[in-house]
Write a protein that binds this ligand. Structure first.
Ligand SMILES: [Mn+2]
Length: 435
């Protein structure tokens, strides 16, 4: 039986805006939190001890972390080297230079020849000898346009077509790796990737998805005992039948508020040929709390805000207070008292939002049941807006010109790089969060 600790998405050095400087160390407290979480993973690996540690990628927010952040990361993995525990460091999208090849931030470990550390920056199989037997680890780092494809091949293709071409190529290369496997030795696929059925933090649709999405069927092969993934920050098993388990352990710390409600942790795995067991192990990470309160309709907005704060345990948490109010209520807010009520928090932000008092009724002629052409709709709208009378004519003219140029603008847009950031899935434009 081989014992494995699988963790991913460390992102050490990110989220500093949610921390503060620790006067004793001079370091951002969020760096200390991330190091603390990582050290708990390593503590567990040493205490068991495990036979192998698999890191699923995204060590830092980018490929060039400052030396003190790299040192904090290396200091933890050094403990595994000292304990003779082999470790695979997979290269994620955040570890790669946006230009050029390879995982810049992690390749240093190979360059230094650190014993027991394998850097997974190419699709290949590593045969790893552990205290309790051998295990084959296929590393599948983050794929980019230049992986398995040439520029000439992809130049005229849409993003969807490029994705299909990559998936086909990958299927063939992976098949090659699988055929060379020793069938008597247990095998793990370690990949930093997005699968087509992964569930993302629903609240986060900020960043555009530049990456590829791979079908789950590519990964659920019976020759794998376990599929160890990285990239998605929410812990999940994509293959409920566990044949094999396809696991995102998720990030080890909350990177931002979109991960407020997610458990954070790592996964312990025990496997031998044809048999596997796994368990998610939560880490005691710092709480994030969003406290949202609408005081626009209450008599005493100040009291309502203080009451909303009192209801939550904000001690040592990262807190954001969002309150909605009317502009004439602004003078009723005593910000000193709000700050003092928030002071038990580790850090906090206050976001007042003014609600619009001029909620206009819908124009009856423009109800959803009427279909109307855009110029007619604009005319109807302008007829109802006394205040826009002076510029109504020029607005109509501008709209007319816009509509006339529409086709041309669209064609230009389709060829520029920006339009490729939108991944069209099943005819639907989807934006993916940055993971
Ligand atoms: Mn990633």
């Amino acid at each position: 039986m081989i014992k494995i600790l699988h963790l991913s998405d460390i992102h050490m050095g990110s989220g500093f805006s949610h921390g503060r400087i620790n006067p004793e160390t001079g370091l951002n407290t969020r760096l200390e939190d991330f190091v603390n979480s990582l050290s708990k993973c390593i503590d567990r690996a040493l205490a068991e001890p495990v036979d192998l540690v698999l890191f699923g990628g995204d060590a830092f927010p980018d490929a060039t972390p400052p030396p003190y952040v790299q040192e904090a990361f290396a200091g933890q993995f050094r403990r595994l080297v000292d304990a003779n525990i082999p470790t695979v460091l997979l290269v994620g999208n955040h570890d790669q230079h946006s230009q050029g090849q390879g995982g810049a931030s992690l390749c240093i470990y190979r360059a230094l020849g650190v014993p027991g550390i394998v850097v997974g920056d190419t699709l290949t199989t590593h045969s790893i000898h552990t205290r309790n037997g051998s295990v084959q680890v296929i590393t599948l780092p983050w794929l980019t346009r230049s992986t398995l494809m040439t520029r000439q091949e992809t130049e005229s293709l849409s993003m969807v077509e490029v994705n299909q071409l990559l998936t086909e190529r990958l299927r063939i290369v992976l098949e090659g790796e699988i055929r060379r496997l020793d069938p008597k030795v247990p095998t793990v696929l370690l990949g930093h990737l997005m699968t087509d059925n992964a569930s993302l933090g629903a609240e986060r649709f900020l960043a555009v998805g530049k990456g590829f999405t791979l079908p789950l069927s590519l990964l659920t092969r019976p020759c794998f005992e376990y599929v160890a993934l990285g990239h998605v920050h929410r812990h999940q098993n994509l293959n409920k039948s566990n044949d094999p388990p396809v696991i995102y352990p998720g990030s080890i710390e909350r990177v931002d508020f979109s991960e407020e409600k997610e458990d954070k942790g790592y996964v312990m795995v025990e496997l031998e040929k044809g048999r596997v067991q796994w368990e998610f192990c939560p880490l005691p990470v710092r709480a994030f709390h969003t406290i949202e309160v609408d005081v626009s309709k209450v008599e005493d907005p100040q009291a309502a805000i203080i009451k909303a704060l009192a209801k939550r345990d904000i001690e040592d948490a990262v807190v954001r207070l969002i309150y909605k109010l009317r502009s004439e209520q602004l003078d009723l807010i005593d910000s000193t008292e709000v700050h003092s009520a928030l002071s038990p928090a580790h850090t906090y932000t206050i976001q007042p939002e003014l609600v619009s008092q001029l909620a206009r009724p819908r124009i009856p002629e423009l109800s959803a049941s009427n279909s109307i052409d855009p110029m007619e709709a604009l005319k109807t709208y302008l007829n109802n807006r006394e205040d826009l009378k002076d510029i109504a004519a020029s607005m109509l003219e501008a709209a007319h010109n816009l509509l006339a140029n529409d086709v041309e603008v669209w064609l230009e847009g389709a060829t520029n790089e920006q339009s490729q950031n939108h991944l069209s899935v099943g005819g639907r434009e989807t934006q993916l969060p940055l993971l």
